[in-house]
Ligand binder design. Sequence first.
Ligand SMILES: Cc1cc2nc3c(=O)[nH]c(=O)nc-3n(C[C@H](O)[C@H](O)[C@H](O)COP(=O)(O)OP(=O)(O)OC[C@H]3O[C@@H](n4cnc5c(N)ncnc54)[C@H](O)[C@@H]3O)c2cc1C
Length: 409
Amino acid sequence: MDFKLTKEEQELKEYYEDFFREAIKKAPAIFSHGGGFEAIYSDDEGFAFHQKMAKIMGEKGMLSLPWPKELGGADASIMHQLIFNEAREVSRCPGFDFIGCGMFAPSLLVFANDDQKARLLPPIAKGEVQYCQGWSEPDAGSDLASLQTAAVRDGDEWIINGQKVWTTAAHRSDCMFILVRTDPNSSGSRGLSVFHLDMKTPGIEVRPLYYMNGSHVYNEVFLKDVRVLHKDLIGDEGSGWQVTMATMNFERSGMGFFSTGRKVMERIIQYVKTTKRNGKLLSENAAIRKEIGKIYAGLEAGTMMAFRVGCTQASGDMMAAASVASESKVFGTEFSKHIFDFATKVLGLYGMIEEGDATSLLNVVEEYQSAPGLTIAGGSNEVQRCIISWMAPLNMPRWKLMDPAALKR
Ligand SMILES: Cc1cc2nc3c(=O)[nH]c(=O)nc-3n(C[C@H](O)[C@H](O)[C@H](O)COP(=O)(O)OP(=O)(O)OC[C@H]3O[C@@H](n4cnc5c(N)ncnc54)[C@H](O)[C@@H]3O)c2cc1C
């Protein structure tokens, strides 16, 4: 197997790397030590830069790479998308709304009617809108199909009542794609539907859910008699589960975990090469060198896993793609935790404080605290392990692992 990029792919890589390297130089100070969700969604200046970058990237067609040409996209190959994602993630440059561009737009391409495509896709491609994802509820996370938020038809409109939770970026969002129960007599995954919802609609209240690192990225969203037009129902009435399952499968390579890991390791390596403890450079410490070597090997393996997800998706085998995406998610999120754990150890006592030169050099305290959430977001790692075990080639029995009653016994 030859892992070398083709000449065209190498040129694309250089083009994106140059673009993001230059772009991030103009970012506000909050991005200078790592960036991430906290810099984008928790900080006014950070979010303004994210919006500015979204418009610049939109003009260059970077937000609609995989879309068909007739809808304003570039029909870009999976390899092209992975190269773009890797360059963007390594730079930690904001501007790409992973919810709107990464999840909702691909769902629209598959399930939306022509009117919806014409109305909803162009603002996403131009970087003019921020989206949030309204799936989880207080009693419906892993068991999403048990959700209770309901929509009742009233002529040309639907009236939504209920509550969503953990909604990333809801306080910064223009729109939400929301999963609700439209058939009151249904249970489980039947009778659910997806709507496109304008966040300025009366009856929506967004309350912050502060994270343990003090940032405001996540929210609770309360919906009281919220009216949405029937024309904003995405897909058929009652097809919400199919739409949602498809949405889950878009761009799940996990490339971001490994690109971020690389960026952090660059900072750690620079730090250990320039910092002395007890008169010796940290880079001379055998235990530190050994761990850095191990992490580097893990990052190389993880990057290959991410490319494998992309290639499996490109092959059209979505069952296999779901399984390898779960493998990449489990490995990537747990490896991220390990990297930040190592980084705080390298800092010694500085690894316990939030302010200070050494800490801000690595920005590890904030990321150390945000990393555990990644093992839960997007489907907990326990559930991802269940998925890996059900799918080929393992083909383990499904019901025994996922039956909630079995968990209580
Ligand atoms: C940082 C973060 C960002 C998020 N962003 C969003 C967002 O933008 N939009 C959105 O809709 N949601 C979002 N979520 C919610 C996320 O999807 C849920 O937290 C996740 O699906 C788990 O659901 P839960 O929190 O209700 O935990 P539960 O489902 O109650 O699970 C509790 C524990 O039990 C385990 N468990 C549950 N069922 C099983 C089973 N059958 N077999 C084995 N183990 C099981 C879980 O792994 C977990 O350890 C976010 C969550 C986090 C932490």
